[in-house]
Design a protein around this ligand. Structure first.
Ligand code: PLP
Length: 154
């Protein structure tokens, strides 16, 4: 069997979980703030908000970024949370075929954007660790004035 992905957990990770389980707070405790601050710093972002899982993150972001009826290009090669988040916001996922590396084909996205100026956003997924071509993505964002939400949940 070819695994979908394999996690890397070291003893330090396990110790951190055990420390938290032994502490007074299981939810919204000091470790959450510590994690948010560390991630914001790593990403050079002003803010970071931790949520329970990838689905919740995609859902919340979609409520902020999308409106009812918006059309969103996304990949069929992903966990269903990616397109479900679009549906939760009342928007419509449009599946674009994938390229050799398993990621959404950005050339096909551009064809779709040329044909339909009503497309609001692209939700790409970095499949199996293959990074999305950022320069091409920025080109699409700037040329077609669309919103990008990258799903790095896998
Ligand atoms: C690409 C992708 N997006 C979203 C999710 C959803 O993440 P979670 O299971 O943490 O809600 C997953 C989970 O496998 C995923 O692989």
């Amino acid at each position: 069997m070819i695994p979908y992905g394999k996690q890397l957990l070291v003893q330090e990770d396990i110790d951190a979980v055990v420390d938290t389980l032994n502490s007074d707070y299981l939810t919204t405790g000091p470790k959450v703030k510590e994690f948010e601050d560390a991630l914001a710093s790593y990403c050079e972002a002003k803010y970071c908000l931790a949520v329970a899982n990838g689905t919740a993150a995609l859902h919340l972001a979609s409520l902020v970024l999308l409106e009812q009826g918006d059309k969103v290009l996304t990949t069929p090669n992903s966990f269903l949370a990616t397109s479900n988040a679009i549906l939760y916001a009342g928007a419509k996922p449009i599946f674009i075929d994938i390229a050799e590396n398993g990621n959404i084909d950005l050339d096909l996205c551009e064809e779709a954007l040329k044909k339909d100026p009503g497309i609001k956003a692209i939700y790409p997924v970095a499949f199996s660790g293959h990074m999305i071509d950022q320069s091409k993505l920025q080109h699409l964002r700037n040329t077609y004035n669309i919103t990008i939400l990258e799903d790095f949940s896998s």
